[in-house]
Design a protein around this ligand. Structure first.
Ligand code: HEM
Ligand code: HEM
Ligand SMILES: Nc1nc2c(c(=O)[nH]1)N[C@H]1C(S)=C(S)[C@@H](COP(=O)(O)O)O[C@H]1N2
Ligand SMILES: [Mo]
Length: 341
């Protein structure tokens, strides 16, 4: 087979780098709480994603050539559409705000289409291998890559300037890309589950928290005893990967009051629905098992009778309807980075 000309190879390889980079930084942005690092990750993500748009004029030449030369295009066209949906939904979220399309957040559309793009990208690339040659690695190539990076950064800057200049909601998003919804008004804060969980009804009169200490002792603490211990008040921001955040004042029991500060392993927090997260043992005093938000008991949607408040962590760590807190021999990093439930 004759190798395609160099500009074609280089454009396609650049697209591969941009796509993979955007995919990885997207998940990183999903995991990080607001910080200078998360801002840098978010900006890098935007620049990589917009780089695909920058290369579109060059890619369109390749597409026309491919359409002439090849016979079956259905997958390549599906791939193009999915990438366009990913780009458009990312841009809409970053500029117009937490828009919903038929009850689904535009950010959820963004992530879903990015995930759907993976198998299509693999099929596309495997059938159209681009083998780099020695002549592809040159000063000229490096300069071209720099030019693409610079142009992408300019496009990113332009989007941000237009956002700010036109007073679009995007100018008010947090470093994580999330928008403020319902701060200090718990009833106005969205009720969200990570993936497949649903809101259970927990009978408070029969409820007992299972506490497993480092010395292997286990106790059951009824709700009224937790209420009696719930004297610690903390402000904390809940930032959901669905694209919204809210600051509330939470009241409850710090985990070290129940568990001490374990010296080894981790702390497992599990809900009545089985939703589970492991935390570093040294976080015991920072984690709060909340009974109240904004001065009132938690609603069922927000985690009644007790839910975890994990300051400095994204929403998916804030386990609702907690049934058990225990010291665990596993290390916290042995779990998948995101819940699977
Ligand atoms: C290859 C796939 C992807 C592409 C091409 C892409 C592209 C983009 C683009 C162009 C933006 C708008 C950037 C801006 O103007 O500020 C964006 C925003 C965003 N993307 Fe992606 N993305 C991809 C995958 C993902 C994945 C897998 C996730 C999460 C799991 C993700 C999460 C986000 C978030 C949270 C934002 C909002 C960031 C902000 O507002 O600053 N993306 N993406
Ligand atoms: C944003 C990502 C991409 C999109 C939307 C896209 C889309 C397309 C489309 C619609 C075609 C023409 C139809 C066809 O060949 O069946 C095409 C051709 C082609 N694509 Fe992509 N592509 C992307 C990335 C890549 C990557 C990462 C590679 C390889 C590393 C690649 C390699 C090729 C090659 C070699 C052709 C030309 C085939 C020929 O001339 O026979 N593409 N692409
Ligand atoms: N048991 C359980 N807890 C959970 C979840 C879940 O699906 N199951 N979702 C988490 C996610 S992704 C977020 S953003 C917050 C949302 O809390 P809220 O519904 O009180 O706003 O709960 C977290 N706690
Ligand atoms: Mo979330």
């Amino acid at each position: 087979m004759v190798a395609p000309p160099r500009p074609i190879r280089q454009t396609n390889v650049a697209l591969l780098v941009l796509l993979s980079g955007a995919f990885v930084t997207g998940w990183l942005a999903f995991g990080l709480e607001s910080s200078p690092e998360s801002r840098a990750v978010g900006i890098t993500h935007g620049i990589l994603g917009l780089g695909i748009l920058v290369l579109a004029p060059w890619k369109s030449v390749i597409v026309r050539r491919g359409m002439r030369r090849r016979r079956r295009h259905a997958l390549a066209i599906a791939f193009s559409l999915v990438v366009m949906v990913t780009l458009l939904s990312g841009l809409v979220h970053a500029t117009l705000g937490p828009v919903e399309v038929a009850g689904v957040s535009v950010l959820a559309v963004h992530v879903a289409s990015a995930v759907a793009a993976v198998p299509l990208a693999l099929l596309h690339v495997v059938r159209r291998r681009q083998r780099l040659r020695a002549t592809d690695v040159s000063r000229r190539t490096a300069l071209r890559a720099l030019a693409v990076g610079g142009a992408s950064a300019l496009v990113y800057g332009a989007v941000e300037s237009v956002s700010t200049g036109a007073g679009l909601p995007g100018a008010r998003r947090r470093a994580t890309g999330s928008y403020e919804v319902g701060s200090r008004v718990p009833a106005a804060m969205p009720v969200t589950q990570w993936f497949t969980d649903g809101v259970p009804r927990v009978d408070v009169t029969a409820y007992e928290l299972l506490v497993g200490r480092a010395d292997a002792s286990r106790l059951r603490v009824p709700y009224r005893d937790l209420l009696a211990m719930a004297g610690t008040t903390r402000p904390a921001v809940l930032d959901c990967t669905g694209g919204w955040w809210a600051g509330q004042t939470w009241r409850g029991v710090p985990l070290d009051a129940l568990l001490g500060t374990p010296e080894h392993g981790s702390i497992v927090v599990r809900s009545v629905t089985g939703y589970t997260r492991l935390f570093p043992a040294e976080d015991a005093s920072a984690l709060l098992l909340a009974t109240h938000v904004g001065g009132a008991p938690l609603s069922p949607g927000h985690g009644a009778p007790v839910r975890l408040v994990a300051p400095g962590r994204r929403g998916f760590w804030w386990v609702k309807w907690v049934e058990e807190v225990s010291v665990d021999p596993r290390s916290w990093w042995s779990q998948p980075p995101f819940p699977l439930q």
